[in-house]
Design a protein around this ligand. Structure first.
Ligand code: NAD
Length: 504
């Protein structure tokens, strides 16, 4: 197949729902003539009218030029029959998420468009290989996966199925960039990049809720403190538990029920009960009028408690960040070769979690979560919420002291159950592990995973940036501890990550 550059080509968008309307807007703003089709009579015209109203509202606010908007709208034609689209050089499909419907549509289109027209699908979960099955020219079908809302979200996953012609994927990659997007290549595997790597962000919170380790408000605060725009519970409420559960279920099933992706009973209950989140007024939180958002305990900064001996254990960026959080005149010794990171204070230990529970580590021990406010940043800069847990065998005096020490380091300590890997450490480790496995299986490059997670779901950093900060040995140690604690497949270390650990 001869793949022509798509610079001025006519774009047919099929499906005039949320995604199709956004794709039509972006294509028209980039200068393409656009045809918009929907099987529901009048839907394409309605979508165009809605788009016109929203763009004109932006003109009224001074955010867009009236002339540019008029030109954009003049390029979009709502069509009532696919037969009118014979001249299209690119089709972007954004219809219902059903394999048979998508296959049927592309089969019909092959009888209408030219043999050189590229066929792109915006599917978020169906195999691109499967959609192409049965086409006369399966090589021209490619995934072009946008994120919602299309005009604002920068990422496009360019997804290649088994038969996708690499030149077709390259043409869509180049076109996405022309449209002002950041494109990443992905191999067609369940969840592609973002929806796969993001699973543990929700799954770890749900697992912690299932074992009653913390409240949704505490989990959200601890995750937000690391620079995420939203915590997992509030984000699931926003996405809708039905949608989030369906994506998890589809990734789980598509991976032949690999336990790593097992959906959660906690979320299943919410779905069964119709507590779908914001859209029904109740999920983890209530969205009823006047409902107060639950708050967490906020501790103000404390002075360093009195001590006789203080020693900082460990080395590396996190140990240095802990040191920097101490007052400059604090008399602190160093034990850089120690096999743990944190402070020994008068015979008690305040340790960065390594995945083991505090109770497992001893009596006068408390563990605290990864103080991660984006790579390279230091704890102590803000009142950031940080999970911690004392040993069940700790004396009451040490438990009180440990919390005061965390406050003195500028943290906002949130006591949670003595659970392995606490909140953030286990979440970040699992995100890194999933990204590592995606690279291991050739789904994407490490750079693509970093870009995809930052631009597709607004993570404050990419998983491989966290890996660099934290180090493969520590991430593997944490996952191994989780694996030993829970048994089962969920926390098994990616072979790629294990290689990094051995090479470190
Ligand atoms: P939507 O329900 O808002 O719109 C789908 C539209 O397609 C409807 O207007 C419907 O009438 C039309 N349609 C259905 N079958 C059709 C057919 N055979 N021919 C022509 N039109 C048909 O859905 P959406 O949220 O815009 O999602 C569309 C696609 O984009 C799905 O594949 C979805 O998985 C994917 N996607 C959605 C999101 C999201 O956040 N909504 C994000 C990325 C990808």
């Amino acid at each position: 197949m001869n793949v022509e550059p798509l610079n001025d080509t006519t774009v047919l968008v099929v499906g005039a729902g949320i995604m199709g309307a956004g794709i039509a807007q972006v294509a028209a703003q980039a200068g393409h003539p656009v045809m918009l089709f929907d099987m529901r009579a009048g839907a394409a015209l309605d979508a165009r009218d809605k788009l016109a109203a929203s763009l004109q509202a932006l003109v009224a606010k001074g955010k867009l030029q009236a002339e540019a908007v008029a030109q954009t709208l003049a390029r979009i034609a709502a069509i009532e029959s696919l037969q009118q689209a014979a001249g299209a050089g690119l089709v972007v499909e954004a219809i219902v998420e059903k394999l048979d419907a998508k296959r049927g549509l592309f089969h019909a289109l092959e009888g209408i468009v030219s043999a050189t027209c590229i066929l792109a699908t915006n599917t978020s979960s169906i195999s691109v290989t499967a959609i192409a099955n049965g086409l006369q020219h399966p090589g021209r079908l490619v995934g072009m996966h946008f994120f919602n809302p299309v005009p604002l979200m920068k990422l496009v996953e360019v997804v290649s199925g088994l038969q996708t012609n690499p030149a077709v994927a390259e043409a869509i990659y180049a076109l996405s960039k022309r449209w002002g997007k950041v494109a990443v290549h992905a191999r067609s595997t369940p969840g592609f990049i973002v929806n796969r790597i993001a699973r543990p962000f929700y799954a770890e919170a749900l697992a912690l809720l299932q074992e009653q380790a913390a409240t949704p408000a505490v989990l959200d605060a601890c995750v937000r403190a690391a620079g995420f725009r939203m915590g997992p519970c509030e984000l699931m409420d926003l996405i809708g538990h039905d949608t989030n559960f369906a994506v998890t279920q589809s990734v789980f099933e598509a991976n032949f029920f690999d336990k790593r992706y097992q959906p959660s009973l906690v979320q299943r209950e919410l779905v069964d009960g119709g507590l779908l989140g914001r859209k029904t007024g109740q999920g983890f939180y209530s969205y009823a009028e006047g409902a107060a958002k639950p708050t967490i305990n906020a501790f103000s900064a404390a002075a360093l408690p009195p001590f006789n001996s203080l020693c900082l254990h460990g080395s590396g960026a996190l140990a240095e960040a802990l040191l920097a959080a101490l007052p400059s005149d604090a008399a602190v010794q160093r034990a850089p070769d120690s096999d743990w990171t944190g402070f020994a204070i008068d015979g008690c230990q305040l340790r960065l979690t390594d995945g083991r529970c505090a109770t497992q580590l001893g009596a006068d021990v408390a563990v605290f979560d990864l103080p991660l406010q984006g790579p390279g940043s230091t704890p102590g800069s803000a009142q950031q919420a940080l999970a911690w847990a004392p040993s069940a065998r700790a004396a009451a005096a040490w438990t009180a002291q440990a919390a005061l020490w965390l406050q003195a380091l500028g943290l906002n300590p949130q006591r949670v159950a003595d659970t392995p890997g606490l909140v953030l450490a286990r979440t970040i480790a699992m995100l890194v592990n999933e990204a590592a496995d995606a690279v291991h299986q050739g789904v994407c490059s490490a750079d693509a995973a970093n870009a995809a997670m930052q631009l597709g779901v607004n993570y404050p950093a990419g998983p491989f940036a966290w890996l660099q900060l934290w180090g493969a040995p520590s991430v593997c140690q944490l996952l191994d501890a989780l694996d030993a604690h829970y048994r089962g497949e969920r926390y098994r270390v990616s072979p790629w990550l294990r290689q990094q650990q051995w090479s470190a």
